[in-house]
Design a protein around this ligand. Structure first.
Ligand SMILES: *Cc1c(COP(=O)(O)O)cnc(C)c1O
Length: 410
């Protein structure tokens, strides 16, 4: 008899995006001539830029030539990419990270989920509420939680509510967690953490022998020079943090697939006897055992992001989305909404009017303006009464959507 991993049965059915899809499909079927504008899902809309595309093509050509053909590459990524990352993303910003601490992968979704595997079942995980759903679901899959309660919280996860009162920055938890997921700039709230805030977290992790799992998928959207791009800009972080970065939102790689995880040589966790064990070799073992590397042309394309032209081009992409975010922020503010985020992030987090629930606002918006966004409650109970607008959309659609939202009646 084959037995299943019963932790999977604890998971709640993927509810948010399927439910959005269902409501939009029903609406479209009932009103086929309505022009629906989708600003819900966090996926980029602009194509790969010329320098990156050329490197991608060149990589493919090399594979078709006997003299330059490549088979399996190093599982951790080619040196040319790991070195470009270490130099451009870290060393040139004054951050001590070397190429051998970088693991190239096919996505931060996989990495933030898979990282659980090298840590024991007894770890208590802390996550923000609202949150990117991957952290909680993979914690459940890995068997570190109890059942899901009626409020959507799983037993044995430490939830850190993020709300208007705390500026959407989690407070230090009362129950001591072992692993702490943090994501800045944040999805879904679009907020960022200052150096002082990150320092508080690093100090807390040092004092509690915890490890911070830092998701920096949106670091390229930081426009304010005083905001750290990396947790490793904070003193002491090399002893207590792992960082996840992705080219998905930085360079439009959501379909191309390339990301990386940074694990410093000085990061240690503990065995049952309390002995220190280095974390990097465990991840190395996992990565090289279960993963065979990102395809060569994709890594060539990713490395081209760090060329002078590549840098200019992706800055242009990011400016485009940030201009969308500005338009969304300003239009909604003018229309009398309270908005957060959208300055150093591609997401605008909006408080609904008249105390509408997130789903009530979703339906009103869909029916009256034919605009689709994401109900905040889908990211966790503390997201109730909020709504996420994504700046990953075409400019003309953003303008049209904002025009329509101005005219909503209450
Ligand atoms: C989009 C996103 C990622 C990136 O995931 P990939 O698998 O690299 O595409 C990571 N974290 C968050 C919070 C995201 O929104």
């Amino acid at each position: 008899m084959a037995f299943i991993n019963e932790n999977y049965l604890k998971l709640k059915a993927g509810y948010l995006f399927p439910e959005i899809g269902r409501r939009v499909r029903e609406f479209a079927a009932a009103y086929p001539d309505k022009d629906i504008i989708r600003m819900g899902i966090g996926d980029v809309t602009q194509p790969l830029t010329p320098t990156i595309l050329k490197a991608f093509h060149d990589g493919v050509e090399e594979l078709g030539n006997k003299n330059t053909f490549k088979g399996y590459g190093p599982e951790q990524g080619y040196d040319f990419l790991r070195e470009a990352i270490a130099l451009n993303d870290y060393q040139q910003r004054g951050v001590e990270i070397s190429a051998d601490e970088i693991f190239v992968s096919d996505g931060s979704k996989c990495d933030t989920g898979n990282i659980q595997e090298i840590f024991g079942d007894k770890n208590i995980i802390a996550i923000c509420d609202p949150v990117y759903p991957v952290y909680a679901d993979t914690t459940v899959m890995s068997g570190k939680t109890g059942e899901c309660q009626s409020n959507g919280y799983f037993d044995n996860i430490v939830y850190m509510p993020c709300n208007e009162a705390n500026g959407f920055i989690p407070e230090l938890p009362v129950t001591r967690p072992d692993l702490i997921f943090l994501c800045f700039p944040n999805n879904p709230t679009g907020t960022v953490a200052t150096r002082a805030i990150l320092k508080t977290w690093v100090d807390y992790a040092i004092a509690n022998k915890s490890i911070i799992l830092y998701d920096a998928a949106y670091e390229a959207y930081i426009t304010d020079d005083s905001i750290p791009h990396s947790i490793f800009e904070i003193e002491g972080a090399r002893n207590v943090a792992i960082e996840f970065r992705s080219f998905s939102k930085t360079a439009g790689f959501t379909g191309t697939r390339c990301a990386f995880t940074v694990i410093p040589n000085e990061l240690f966790a503990y065995d049952e006897q309390g002995n220190q064990v280095a974390v990097k070799p465990l991840w190395m073992r996992r990565h090289t055992t279960k993963f065979n590397g990102v395809s060569y042309p994709v890594q060539k394309a990713a490395a081209a992001i760090y060329s002078d032209e590549g840098k200019k081009e992706i800055k242009g992409l990011i400016r485009y989305y940030l201009e969308n975010a500005r338009l969304i922020r300003e239009s909604l503010t003018e229309a009398g909404y309270t908005v957060f985020g959208g300055i150093n992030a591609p997401y605008v987090w909006v408080k609904t009017k008249n105390n509408l629930t997130s789903w009530e606002f979703f339906d009103k918006l869909l029916n009256e303006t034919n605009v689709v966004g994401t109900p905040g409650s889908g990211f966790g109970p503390s997201g109730e009464g909020y709504f996420r607008f994504s700046a990953f959309a075409d400019r003309d659609k953003v303008i049209k959507a904002m025009e329509r939202i101005k005219n909503i009646s209450y």
